[in-house]
Design a protein around this ligand. Sequence first.
Ligand SMILES: Cc1cc2nc3c(=O)[nH]c(=O)nc-3n(C[C@H](O)[C@H](O)[C@H](O)COP(=O)(O)OP(=O)(O)OC[C@H]3O[C@@H](n4cnc5c(N)ncnc54)[C@H](O)[C@@H]3O)c2cc1C
Length: 425
Amino acid sequence: MGRDEVTAAIHVVGAGVAGLAAAVDLARAGVPVTVYEAAGHAGGRCRSYFDGELGCRIDNGNHLLLSGNRSVIAYLAATGGGDGLAGPDRAEFPFVDLATGERWTVRPNSGWVPWWIFDPRRRVPGSRPSDYARGLKLAWAPAEATVAQTLGPNGAAFTRFWEPLAVGVLNTEADAAAAHLLWPVLNETFARGEAACRPRIAREGLSETFVDPALATLRRAGGRLRLHTRVQRLAIANERVVGLTFADGEDVSLRLGDLVIVAVPAAGAARLVPGLDAPTDARPIVNGHFRLPGALGGQRFIGVIGGLSQWIFVRGDVVSVTVSAARGAVEEPADDLLRRMWTEVADVLDLGAVSPVAARVVKEKRATFAQTPAQVARRPRCQTAFANLLLAGDWTDTGLPATIEGSVRSGNTAARQARRLIAAT
Ligand SMILES: Cc1cc2nc3c(=O)[nH]c(=O)nc-3n(C[C@H](O)[C@H](O)[C@H](O)COP(=O)(O)OP(=O)(O)OC[C@H]3O[C@@H](n4cnc5c(N)ncnc54)[C@H](O)[C@@H]3O)c2cc1C
């Protein structure tokens, strides 16, 4: 599509990863794009910021990706953030069990045949090959089945592999999480051999990888970003969006052919889009960040079984702890959480008498929608009842869990759909 042929303009509401993926795609195709963002920064739930308490820049939450996240890789290539992910050359997932002190590393092999499940040095201690083969049941799990019903709930493989995987990916307790939503993740990563399941984290920070390069690409392609611009209302007439009203009272009228992509979280979208059915429940994620007196060296992470902490990430002199599906932890006072987390961190990383120089708890109360069968059934498709209104976001019906991969894919779908609509007018 050449710039000269385009008359339609695209209005993207929300500058999270989903909105940015859609905006960059369309702007690069020559479509005039404006992104409206309520906050003073882009990135939404995937961003970095300077934390005054810690005296350094941190991510709003630890984000773990996998090398098989193909939409993320394509997004980074398109935005110039291609070098923004870091991780080991091999797929390795180190774990520690706090109750027994056991340590092990899950090491999938290369190639399509998963012989690692037959090697006791590569799988979870106490597990059997058949415990992993059971993962195939996820592919045929009925929509109402939970992860625990499908794969558990007993045995070492469940508590030391399937449960941490499900809770980490779906941010929902294994006995409530929708089993079928875990399948596409397995299918696109672990089922394709070690090259597709190498763990990846943002090299410097989430914004440096996922946001800043995308904004630069958007700008270069002629797109605009308006920060501090909350869309308060969509004006609708004859089944079309005809205008946007902002929180400060300003409004914008849409021309015939213009399109709107609403890429805000589910609750906000339900307020903007009349009659929209969307997930209503959410799950929190709690992160504890500890600044140490010196760098521990490199970047690494370790899964923790049997404690409050589920994953511990080390980046230079900052150690961060993740607790997903944190409905209990989110109610606890920050000081108590930090005390409990630090005891576990010191033990797991063998830090001896080291004490953190600063610490901070970040509670994201609505980190993702609750990925239960009932809530998953409420995910809407990209197209809406309104001819020129599309949806994007990790909560829309991507077929994937609410992750960065899902957000990018939702943005890609919205952009593809928008181009189709433009071509049809
Ligand atoms: C603590 C935490 C840890 C996570 N860990 C992982 C992980 O390990 N791996 C992984 O892949 N994913 C992880 N995720 C999930 C991932 O961050 C999200 O799936 C993704 O960032 C969602 O992007 P989005 O664009 O769909 O939504 P958002 O990031 O929520 O973007 C929506 C944007 O819309 C803006 N907005 C809202 N209302 C309006 C309005 N009315 N007008 C204008 N703008 C508006 C918001 O300010 C926001 O910037 C984690 C999330 C959290 C919170």
